[in-house]
Design a protein around this ligand. Structure first.
Ligand code: AMP
Length: 522
């Protein structure tokens, strides 16, 4: 039987695992490391993925693509997307359907295509390691990912030749990795701070099941923001010493980013770190600038106090949303590279009054959990034990242009709700339904999933034709809409007149192109 792999497709790093003889195995990548930087580069007609792409970044900033998870399935015009675009060095453009595409190496790429290159590298590593073809996967995504982000992730996998058997929420995967589904019933909270995103989930676990009680997070808060604070501090120090602006040069900017991240990581294990930047730049008079300074842990912690506080506030709010108090919480799991920061652990212990669970490496937990889910699906044992919830309200636009919830946030999935619509004019032949996902009362603050047009409605007086529209959210968190004429019982034709994302034709072209022999990654 072909193995089904579990994939953690991270903002900064990705990782894959598989269950072999009942034990989780994290699959080594081509270079032997267990994680793969989620970075792709186009250079001299070649595609580079992972460390190879990351290493050449400084010399190829415009064609090196990273942090695409912040852009996948998002609309280009969204202010948060624009913010994310403003932080990267490659060029993003508005795609044919209003989504984000990337302009690199004289071509435009959909985010799904770039993501597919990372997935192909992972798939290849798995094929090499397991000595057999790998075509099926379980992919973990942040719990707050909406329908479009999940669909886009599945499309990326499809381009890479991977069929996704299940999209699993990252915190659910983490709980599986820690074996939380075994044993007595408990209530646990997963605090997951990675490179680009923050997620909190409250789960009921035990007796072979995992149920997500509530989930929340911040798609734009992660390790990068912590790096950014150090960067700001560093730039201030350097410019004061040098007496000129230094960040206009992308090579210098990149070195500063790297130095900031390294300092942050080192401060997890040492109380003081040295930031050394020899040959950083040259003054107008040609004099070479070398820079060196110390950063102390308390100074760093001060720089990021508000970021840390934001995560803690979301954490306690999510507990409240799940009707839990700190007294009724049994266990805390810390997931994501950032949770190795001592201040995070310390504050979590202060808040919850308990030590976080250990035993699974925070960087690998999500991939291992996805592999556990993959094995469960493969064996057909307990496939239904995971009871996830939908992270956002799903709703429709009312006649007055307001948002009206159909399936509320935190409803268990799969979920199905029927809404009855009727004609408002005599002989009305079409009814337009705008479906959104999001938590605001204002429609334009939410993510519009699509406009569904009920077509060819039979002619009748207003109010006489009634149409039941079924809104479903699958276990993958993907939305489907169906419609039936109440009187005739006939399925009503639905045309999606606008929806952001890849068109079917584009997707098919990308799948075909991807299968063609690509220039090899060295
Ligand atoms: P992940 O997305 O889970 O791979 O997390 C990546 C983030 O964790 C990046 O921002 C890293 O800089 C950060 N990170 C990795 N190791 C450490 C460490 N030892 N201490 C603090 N942050 C870390």
């Amino acid at each position: 039987m072909q193995p089904v792999i579990g994939i953690d497709l991270g903002t900064t790093n990705s990782c894959a695992a598989v269950i072999e003889q009942g034990k989780p195995l994290v699959v080594p990548m081509a270079d032997g490391k267990v994680t793969l930087p989620s970075v792709v580069a186009f250079k001299d007609g070649q595609r580079l993925v992972g460390d190879a792409a990351k290493r050449q970044f400084v010399n190829n900033v415009e064609n090196t693509i990273y942090a695409t998870k912040r852009l996948i399935g998002r609309s280009f015009d969204d202010p948060q997307t624009q913010d994310a675009i403003g932080r990267v060095t490659y060029r993003s453009v508005r795609g044919p359907n209003g989504d984000v595409w990337i302009h690199a190496a004289d071509r435009k790429y959909a985010i799904q295509e770039v993501t597919a290159l990372v997935l192909t590298e992972i798939k290849e590593a798995c094929r090499r390691h397991l000595a057999q073809d790998v075509t099926h996967a379980v992919i973990a995504v942040p719990a707050h990912f909406n329908d479009r982000q999940r669909t886009a992730t599945k499309q990326a996998a499809k381009i890479a030749g991977l069929e996704v058997l299940r999209v699993i929420n990252e915190p659910t995967a983490a709980a599986l990795a820690f074996g939380m589904h075994f044993g007595a019933e408990r209530r646990i909270a997963v605090y997951d701070l990675g490179g680009g995103t923050f997620d909190v989930s409250v789960l009921k676990v035990g007796g072979g099941a995992i149920e997500v009680l509530a989930t929340d997070g911040d798609a734009f808060l992660g390790g990068n923001d912590f790096d950014h604070r150090i960067l700001g501090w560093l730039v201030g120090r350097i410019e004061k010493q040098v007496g000129m602006a230094i960040t206009n040069d992308p090579v210098v900017a990149h070195r500063l980013w790297e130095a900031a991240e390294l300092a942050k990581i080192q401060l997890s294990t040492t109380p003081i770190t040295k930031i050394a930047l020899p040959f950083l730049t040259t003054r107008p008079n040609g004099e070479v600038v070398h820079f060196e300074c110390d950063l102390l842990r308390p100074v760093y912690e001060e720089l990021v106090t508000d970021l840390l506080q934001r995560t803690l506030t979301t954490f306690t709010n999510t507990l409240a949303a799940a009707s839990l108090t700190l007294q009724t919480l049994d266990e805390v799991l810390l997931v994501g590279g950032m949770t190795r920061m001592p201040a995070i652990r310390k504050r979590m212990v202060e808040i919850t009054g308990r030590e976080p669970a250990t035993g699974v490496h925070p960087d690998l937990a999500v991939a291992v959990g996805a592999a556990v889910q993959a094995a469960m699906l493969g064996e057909q044992t307990m496939p239904a034990v995971l009871l996830d919830v939908t992270p956002h309200n799903l709703g429709v636009m009312t006649v007055a242009g307001l948002a009206e919830t159909v399936i509320p946030k935190n409803t268990k999935v799969p979920a199905h709700v029927e809404r009855r619509f009727t004609t408002v004019r005599d002989d009305q032949e079409t009814v337009r339904i705008v479906v959104y996902q999001g938590d605001s009362r204002q429609i334009d603050k939410n993510e519009i999933l699509g406009e569904f047009q009920l077509e060819s409605i039979r002619k009748a007086q207003r109010g006489q034709v009634q149409i039941d529209v079924g809104f479903s959210i699958s276990t993958d968190g993907i939305v489907h809409v169906t419609a039936t004429d109440v009187e005739t019982g006939k399925a009503q034709e639905i045309k999606i007149t606008s929806s952001v994302g890849l068109s079917k034709a584009d997707l098919e072209r990308m799948i075909a192109e991807h299968q063609q022999p690509a220039p090899a990654t060295p």
